[in-house]
Ligand binder design. Structure first.
Ligand SMILES: Cc1cc2nc3c(=O)[nH]c(=O)nc-3n(C[C@H](O)[C@H](O)[C@H](O)COP(=O)(O)OP(=O)(O)OC[C@H]3O[C@@H](n4cnc5c(N)ncnc54)[C@H](O)[C@@H]3O)c2cc1C
Length: 465
């Protein structure tokens, strides 16, 4: 695969034509605001773009795209930066930040939302909840709706309702010729297929998306907590249970370490824990029946109960501010007893892993593993579990964190076919591992047709050459 950009180098270029294209500001190296402008949610990622633009609407996005192309620069659209880690060299690119575009419309009758490209999930969840509706958000309140949804989108409703990308009903984007366009099942269906799972930035700058909302007002949700010393017992049961559980339930299994600081509430402060959290879309009696095999293990904390659907936004306690973190991930096909033993060895209480490192397994399968009619390029996730490892990427700790995360992913490699869910990949990987072979061929063809000059730079980039 050749992703090398063959266009002329851009040193000494006059970028003054970019100024004035975006009313939220255009910042070049040397400008007072440049460092603030290039800082994203992923604090450990040091992006050094040729310019940073903050457009306020689709017309300004189009102006940025045209000015960048005229100056021989590429365009790298970014929402929050939750997955900025794999973005390569931006020295020839305009980092196009969407944070100024925060409009949300809810059509309660049609059960549909339209969110501009700077909208964060927490805002959509609150707006939809006012109408008794829920969206297929993930665990991070301040992740972007666009990057998450167009990369796939695994939510607490995922095993019941599938990937978020397959609930996207229309995408508005500015393509390489600088023209705003709206694609859906009737208009440019090929491009509509490609952006839903192929990642927006491989085809343009997305300015807004529309997606289905679901009539979910409450869920049976919460967390079960044990000491990390119980990990083998809990993981053995969870792995067996998760493989056969009904589609109504979606959970995560995690090893967590909390620092001994006052900000952490007392039962968790300074502790190393096993946490199983998640949600069940069923009545209380059915939910209790489904969760009974896990509760039998006697967790020291059990918060599962009927809760407003909007509270799932913060169920996982993900950080809601920029974070110097990062990690490694992979899709696993199975977790037989030998895999459980191995994971406890490399990520359990005696593994010697770095401080505050997280090891997590998301329960996939159910509707996340089935293609639906009319689905996009990521129709399903080809794995039963998503392994996620992560930790602090600051100073000397960064090297240690990467080594520990890689050790865990490598140890679990015998249970993986090397397929990836790219949204969770926080390092550059071969993007073809995110798709089956026919889908990849089709994505290559559409990328070449829509962006033959490789104007757009994505975090997980489909080659244009
Ligand atoms: C703490 C945390 C929790 C997470 N939880 C979940 C989860 O529960 N489920 C899940 O599925 N994933 C989860 N993720 C992964 C998440 O889906 C990705 O990080 C995703 O990229 C976030 O979207 P974003 O727009 O904020 O990303 P950004 O980092 O802003 O963008 C990532 C990429 O998306 C594309 N993109 C973004 N905006 C645009 C645009 N306007 N036009 C074109 N392309 C665009 C670009 O290729 C860009 O490089 C989590 C990540 C983190 C860090």
């Amino acid at each position: 695969m050749n992703t090398e950009d063959k266009r002329p180098k851009r040193a000494g270029r006059d970028l003054s034509s970019l100024r004035g294209t975006a009313s939220g500001g255009v910042h070049l190296p040397g400008d007072e605001e440049y460092d603030r402008a290039r800082t994203t949610w992923a604090l450990a990622v040091d992006l050094r773009p040729a310019a940073v633009a903050f457009p306020a609407d689709a017309a300004e996005v189009a102006a940025v795209v045209r000015a960048a192309a005229a100056a021989g620069l590429r365009v790298a659209p970014l929402g929050t930066g939750h997955n900025a880690h794999p973005l390569g060299d931006l020295s020839g690119s305009v980092l196009t930040r969407m944070s100024g575009m925060t409009g949300i419309e809810i059509d309660a009758g049609a059960r549909r939302a339209r969110a501009e490209a700077g909208v964060l999930w927490s805002a959509v969840v609150d707006a939809a909840a006012a109408y008794g509706l829920a969206a297929l958000h993930g665990s991070s309140p301040d992740a972007g709706v666009v990057g998450y949804s167009l990369g796939g989108g695994v939510s607490w409703y995922g095993r019941s309702l599938g990937l978020a990308s397959n609930s996207v009903t229309a995408v508005e984007l500015v393509t390489a010729d600088g023209s705003p366009t709206r694609v859906d099942a009737e208009h440019e269906p090929e491009l509509f297929w490609a952006v839903r799972g192929g990642g927006g930035a491989n085809f343009g700058v997305v300015t807004a998306i529309e997606f289905t909302l679901y009539p979910i007002e409450t869920a049976y949700a919460g967390m079960l907590v044990w000491d990390l010393r119980d990990a083998h017992r809990v993981l053995s049961r969870w792995a067996r249970w998760a493989a056969d559980a009904p589609d109504a339930v979606t959970t995560s299994y995690r090893h967590l370490e909390y620092p001994p600081i006052p900000e952490i509430p007392e039962p968790f402060r300074g502790r190393r824990l096993v946490v199983v959290d998640g949600a069940v879309l069923a009545d209380d009696a059915e939910a209790e029946r489904i969760l009974a095999p896990l509760r039998e293990l006697g967790p020291e904390t059990d918060t599962f109960g009927r809760v407003p659907a909007a509270s799932l936004m913060r169920l996982h306690l993900d950080p809601e501010r920029p974070t110097p973190g990062g990690g490694r991930s992979s899709l696993l096909d199975e977790l037989p007893p030998a895999a459980v033993d191995r994971l406890i060895e490399v990520a359990g209480a005696d593994s010697g892993n770095s401080l505050f490192m997280k090891a997590e397994l998301r329960q996939l399968g159910g509707a996340l593993g089935r293609s639906q009619p009319g689905a996009g390029a990521t129709a399903r996730l080809d794995g039963r579990f998503q392994l996620i490892t992560g930790g602090m990427m600051v100073g000397e700790l960064a090297e240690r964190t990467v080594a520990d995360c890689e050790r865990v992913v490598t140890a679990m490699a015998p249970y993986s076919r090397g397929r990836q869910y790219l949204n969770f990949q926080e390092e550059p990987v071969d993007p073809s591992t995110g798709y089956d072979a026919p889908t990849w061929e089709e994505l290559l063809r559409i990328r070449k047709a829509v962006d033959p000059g490789g104007l757009f730079q994505a975090n997980h980039e489909i080659p244009h050459l």
